[in-house]
Design a protein around this ligand. Structure first.
Ligand code: FES
Length: 386
């Protein structure tokens, strides 16, 4: 089953917009903020109606479409349509949001990042997230099984892996998308945006969409991709399944000038490494991982200690893994979101020692600095305040 069609902007009358903007100004006023300290206006609004907010963004699940459902109706992937609160500022195609969920039995709100799969949105519009349930992913599993009416906490849209080309900023460039697995979602948002906004052939405009999936059964958005491929729109959709892996030879045959073609690539680390090698540092390639890239372990010397308010929570010999992995191996449960250095949910204070960013390779020995523990591995002894 394919995903829902790209949504259209919700329409609001001028009167509604003015009333809403006056209401928002009152809700954000300093007087009201002072009156509602220390909880803030949003805590009180949420108690009255979870879809009322002055600053925070929340969203109600409007519908859930399970992709490629099994015979019992469950699925590994679902596309969830969300109606955000009026505080949502819209998104650019390719951006992601952090989704916060208060799961039953969990004292802490859990936050994870998901790419918006619908076309670029403006304030007031519905958006879709296409989520794959991971075995260890409590949030993703909860979302894939969600029912309409569930209210989520959202961040504003984030990320710079975005599409700038549109009919409004005319370009005759050939655009190329190379994706694998769940990495298809930002590219779908971009292609949906281009098609919705009229970037369909003419003036030499062309789009090539090359996607790799494990099997036809794992192919999400299959019906919609088939429709796009069949339409007269100068979008070429090329789906590769099974053992058919990315090769520079094939890419050169498909798009001879690929190194000078604006390209967006997103997928698992193995695919991304092959694509990066084929582009040989060409500035035309923009990349985003949907899983953390493979990293080399840090220098496994010294001890690592995790503290809170001056007391040691746990301490062990440094294994060389990231601080998040080492904390979890000790039974601690630090906050995290993306686990790949994007969302900053895991930011904590390092009080002692040197850490290496496993993505960039840079090291830092500054005392009392805030670090992302999901991508920081200690180089020798280290202390972190959780
Ligand atoms: S968990 Fe997202 S930056 Fe660390």
């Amino acid at each position: 089953m394919s995903t829902t069609a790209p949504h259209r902007p919700a329409t609001r009358s001028v009167g509604q917009a003015v009333t809403q903007s006056v209401g928002q100004r009152i809700l954000r006023s300093r007087v009201l903020a002072a009156l509602t300290t220390p909880h803030g206006v949003d805590r009180y609004l949420e108690m009255v109606n979870p879809m009322w907010a002055a600053e925070e963004v929340r969203a109600r699940v409007v519908s859930v479409v399970r992709e490629n459902p099994r015979s019992d109706g469950t699925a590994a992937v679902a596309t969830i349509t969300l109606q955000p609160t009026s505080t949502w500022r819209g998104h650019r195609a390719g951006q992601y949001v952090q989704v916060g969920l208060d799961l039953p039995g969990s004292a802490k709100r859990m936050t994870r990042c998901f790419t918006v799969s619908s076309a670029a949105s403006v304030p007031g519009e519905q958006i879709t997230l296409t989520v794959r349930a991971h075995d260890e992913g409590q949030v993703s599993k909860h979302l894939v099984a969600a029912e309409p009416g569930l209210v989520l906490h959202l961040s504003q849209a984030q990320g710079e892996f975005t599409l700038d080309e549109s009919p409004a900023t005319p370009t005759n460039n050939h655009l190329l998308f190379i994706t694998g697995g769940s990495g298809i979602t930002p590219a779908m948002s971009m292609v949906r945006t281009l098609l919705r906004d009229g970037y369909d052939g003419g003036a030499g405009r062309k789009v090539t969409f090359l996607h790799y999936a494990r099997s036809p059964e794992d192919q999400i958005f299959a019906d919609e991709l088939a429709e796009i491929a069949a339409a007269d729109n100068d979008v070429t959709v090329l789906l590769r399944h099974g053992d058919h892996v990315f090769s520079e030879f094939e890419l050169r045959r498909l798009v001879p000038a690929y190194r000078t073609t604006d390209t967006w690539a997103c997928g698992p680390a193995g695919l991304m490494e092959l694509v990066a090698a084929a582009y040989d540092e060409s500035p035309k390639l923009r990349t985003e991982f949907f899983k953390a890239p493979r990293t080399t372990p840090g220098n496994a010397e010294g001890d690592v200690s995790f503290t809170r308010s001056g007391s040691v929570l746990a301490e062990a010999a440094n294994s060389g893994a990231t601080l998040l992995e080492q904390a979890e191996a000790l039974g601690l449960k630090p906050e995290f979101g993306c686990r790949m250095g994007i969302c900053f949910s895991c930011t904590t204070r390092k009080t002692e020692g040197t850490v290496r960013n496993v993505l960039s390779g840079t090291t830092s020995s500054l005392p009392d600095e805030d670090i992302q523990i999901c991508v920081s591995a200690p180089e020798g002894g280290c202390a972190v305040e959780l």
